[in-house]
Design a protein around this ligand. Sequence first.
Ligand SMILES: Cc1cc2nc3c(=O)[nH]c(=O)nc-3n(C[C@H](O)[C@H](O)[C@H](O)COP(=O)(O)OP(=O)(O)OC[C@H]3O[C@@H](n4cnc5c(N)ncnc54)[C@H](O)[C@@H]3O)c2cc1C
Length: 414
Amino acid sequence: MINKGVRIAIIGGGASGIMAAITAARSGASVIIYEHKDSLANKILITGNGKCNFSNLRMESSCFHSSTDKDGRTGRILDKFSVKDCIDFFESIGVRHRERKGGIYPYTDTAETVRSALLLELKSLDVSIVCDCGKLVIGDDRSILADITESDRRKKRAKRQYDRIIISCGGCVSPKTGSDGSGYELLRSLDVPLTPIYPALTPLIVKEDLSLLKGIRCDARLCLLREDGSLAESSSGELQPYDKGLSGICAMDISGQACRIMGDGKRAYAEVDFFPVMTDDEFKAELNRRIRLYPERKLNELLTGLFAKKLINYLVHPIDTRRDGYIDKLCDNVKHHRYELSPEMLKDFSRAQTIAGGVPLSAVDDNCMLYGHEGIYVAGELLDSDGVCGGYNLHFAWATGMLAGCHAAGYLNA
Ligand SMILES: Cc1cc2nc3c(=O)[nH]c(=O)nc-3n(C[C@H](O)[C@H](O)[C@H](O)COP(=O)(O)OP(=O)(O)OC[C@H]3O[C@@H](n4cnc5c(N)ncnc54)[C@H](O)[C@@H]3O)c2cc1C
């Protein structure tokens, strides 16, 4: 039985909040969204470089990180909202999709399409929207105190009570779009425990000055190492060094885990393999072959054709070819180049795309309802689960929004 007439308030009108609203309203609930900006879904517009990579064909829990997922919670969430469910949902609101290297995008390749279709669906379902809602206060009786615009367009502070509340405020990256960290304050006001929050999907900041490498792009493999040398994470793809560190998808993918390690007060290192297409032995053999073929050439000349000039200069710079073992040293430089990461990263949210940490997954049930807070749910980025680049974070926002909206409306209890 669908629980008709349940009054649901959703705090935060981004990806997860809108999905929660649509799901709950489709189940017959009476839904209101409180949004503190003057419009909804602003962040969606900047996702995927304006193209909105909203899901991925390879949707696996191994693509997510969390320090509080001890029992496979992320996997269970993804099981309940698969890629097919996601594509079907967007089809149901009129958004045709296209696929690029596994990533799912709107067919139009513009994020505006996704936003517009979501807003049209909210309108069709008669979801109430309160923008510019001011600083909200959640009461013990599931009431919300907010700025409401009256029919004469005057604002007044009003308190309303709800059957269910879904908190979907996003984290604190991209404050211009509305995710300014105030969601954490709301959760603290409810005594919800939070794990430390760090930037994720952000460039790695290293202690070494990398100005010499600025501007190059190369394929690389990255290993994130703990201070005892053990492997914490690895990734491959295009690396884009800049003066202060390493950017590019492969660097961003390991950044959240790097912050978690440094946040525990430990050192973290990124080991870069600048030539991942060969093993160490193959690389040394190739170098020896070139030395035999061109005995008169200098080391940097021998590497021409394998690396960009700037990278060659950087890699051969400390090598003395008159010394024994210089080939081993060069191989180390090329394939095991180790950078110590800077704890500066922990505080720099300015270029992050998501957050590591937040509401522990162990603090919510499989429907995202907070333990000890009957009828209060958390969805999206506020939860301690961050995906790698490629549509995973939006998928997680849709999935948790759907689960919270569905359960809040009583549908899953039927
Ligand atoms: C530059 C950039 C590019 C990205 N690209 C991609 C991509 O291509 N694919 C992908 O999967 N992910 C991408 N992401 C990540 C993705 O955007 C987020 O994971 C996702 O938007 C999180 O959804 P959410 O609903 O939790 O939060 P948000 O989408 O941030 O929505 C939160 C909403 O809550 C509102 N709000 C906040 N606090 C309050 C409050 N106190 N009261 C009322 N309202 C409040 C905000 O104004 C906002 O509207 C990108 C992120 C960035 C910054």
